[in-house]
Each structure stands twice: as C-alpha cells, then as structure tokens.
Design a protein around this ligand. Structure first.
Ligand code: ZN
Length: 310
C-alpha cells in the first residue's frame, strides 16, 4: 500500500478563532487549550497576534501566551500586522512569523489604512529585519487576505492575486497563505487560482485558509487538494466570525476538516474525539459564541477510524 499522503492542519483557534471574541479569555485558559490541541496531535498552531491591544484587546496577553506555548514540541506562530509586531516576534524567538496583507485595495485601506503597495513594502522591511538579525531559520509567512473576493470591492482580480503571491515569494516569503477571508470563494475559483499559484511557486509553499461563511469551506479544501495543496488553516468548532458579516459562521472546523481528510485516506495525525472534547470545552467557556461542527453534533460514522496517528 502506498504511503498515506500527509496533510497538515494548522489550527488558528487561538488567533483567528478568538479575534472577534469580546469576552477576554485568560491566558492560562488559552494555554490549556493549546496543550489540548497538542495532545490531539495538532503540530502547527497560530497562537496569537502582535496587533496593538487598543485594536484587539483579546491579544493583549500575547507575551504570556507565547511564553506558555514555546517548548511544547510543536510549531507555533504568531500573526504580525507590521514591522513593529515582527520585531516583537523576532525578540520572542518564535520559529515562524505570519504577516498578512490584502489583495483587495479597498479592504487593505479599511483594515490597515495602507495601500496594498505600502503593505508589500512592510513585508520587505520585515524580511530585511530578519536578514539583519541573521534569523534565516525563522520562517516568514506572507498571507494574501481577500484572495477570492472582498465584501467591499466584490471581485478581486485573479491575475493580481497570482502576481502578489509571486512578488511575496520573491521578496523572501517561505510560505504564502492564500485566504478566503470573507467566504466568497468557490471550488472552481479555488482550483483555478491556487492551481496557478502552485504552478508558479510550488504547492508545498502554499497554506490555504478558508472560511465556511457560505457553506463552501470544505468543498474549497477538496479543490485545493486537487491542485496539490496539503496545508490548511482551521479552528476548533469553526470559531471565528468575519468582521464584515455579523452572524456568519467562521473558519472551517478543525474536527470536520480532519474527519473529511482522514475519510478520504489522508494522514493528518490528529485525534478527532480529543478535538471534539476540546470543542465542548470551548463552547462551554464561550456561551455567547457560535461554536459547532458536524462531527461534534452527529458523531463519527460507525466505521470511521477515529485516530490516525502516523
Ligand atoms: Zn480567517
């Protein structure tokens, strides 16, 4: 039998999932959830953001969370909005730093008060900072938000998204995150855009980030798998909304993603029942949030292998 194709699930519950949660989750609670993710076999986790506390108070404990997350034997990363954030991340010794800009000019200006070109310059400055500090072993991820459409400007030019991915790779990004921030993407579009990016920079450099806002999240994952992408962001219980679509469901659900991948024969290394148990804890801790997924609701099929630990 051929070796199972490995797919990496990068959990972003603690960052994207909590980003819009108003109730402050204590750092100790976040670290406990992180331990549960690690025990469930998740090997890559985005743990917080170096966004200023006045912008998102939920991440004012970033230093404590990073400290608690280091040394767990997994790959942790933190989102940085700019060079200042990147400096803090480099100071903390994080193995990976994630920067995100927006493919949509309208979204870029609304979200960061910067043009897209200015944001590319920011990434260039972050790469220069890494070089100046001799931190070549620190991986830099460059994300493209609103890559499949934008709630402000509607369609986003596909050629521009592909060109942006190539530019960011050329500037020094080790990984390009391609994000459907608002849940506008459809599988045909995902296959087309990610197929072109994969051809240009190689599928191994791509991490895709889908939201299930309009119910197409997992269908989009299948389309990405078709063009060779093997790394996906998700959150436990699909936690995380969209700032421009109140009430919308959030990210694709880690447990449901793992279930789909494992039932398709991919090796994810994660234990679904443990993730479901974590989802119940998170749902209980955040009663005001919409936390839910199909597997948590319906259970695993009777013949499913619950844990594929390679
Ligand atoms: Zn997201």
């Amino acid at each position: 039998m051929a070796m199972q194709d490995r797919v990496i699930i990068r959990d972003t519950t603690l960052r994207d999932g909590l980003q819009l949660v108003v109730e402050q989750v204590p750092a100790a609670q976040k670290i406990k959830w992180l331990h549960d993710l690690v025990h469930a076999g998740v090997t890559q986790i985005e743990v917080s953001s170096y966004v200023p506390p006045k912008v998102i108070a939920q991440f004012s404990d970033v230093a404590d969370v990073v400290q608690g997350a280091m040394g767990q034997g997994v790959d942790i990363s933190v989102l940085v909005p700019n060079l200042n954030g990147a400096r803090r991340a480099f100071d903390a010794g994080l193995p990976q730093v994630n920067f995100v800009l927006s493919a949509s000019e309208a979204h870029s200006k609304a979200n960061t008060r910067k043009t897209r070109d200015a944001a590319v310059k920011d990434f260039e400055a972050i790469v220069a900072e890494r070089t100046a500090r001799n931190l070549d072993h620190t991986r830099l991820s460059a994300g493209i938000a609103t890559a499949f459409g934008c709630t402000m400007q509607g369609a986003v030019d596909e050629d521009e998204v592909v060109a942006l991915a190539i530019t960011l790779r050329d500037l020094g990004a080790d990984e390009i995150l391609v994000a459907d921030t608002v849940g506008y993407g459809n599988p045909a579009q995902v296959r087309r855009i990610l197929g072109r990016i994969a051809e240009a920079i190689g599928p191994d450099r791509i991490l895709s980030h889908f939201h299930d806002t309009r119910g197409l999240g997992l269908a989009n994952v299948v389309a990405a798998l078709d063009v060779g992408v093997r790394r996906f962001d998700s959150t436990v219980g699909g936690l995380g909304g969209c700032p421009f679509a109140p009430g919308a469901t959030g990210n694709i659900d880690t447990e449901d993603l793992a279930f789909m991948l494992q039932s398709m024969g991919y090796d994810t290394g994660v234990d679904i029942p443990q993730l479901v148990a974590l989802q119940r804890q998170i749902a209980a801790a955040l009663p005001a949030e919409r936390v839910g997924g199909c597997i948590a609701r319906a259970g695993l099929p009777i013949n499913a292998s619950a844990a594929v630990t390679a």
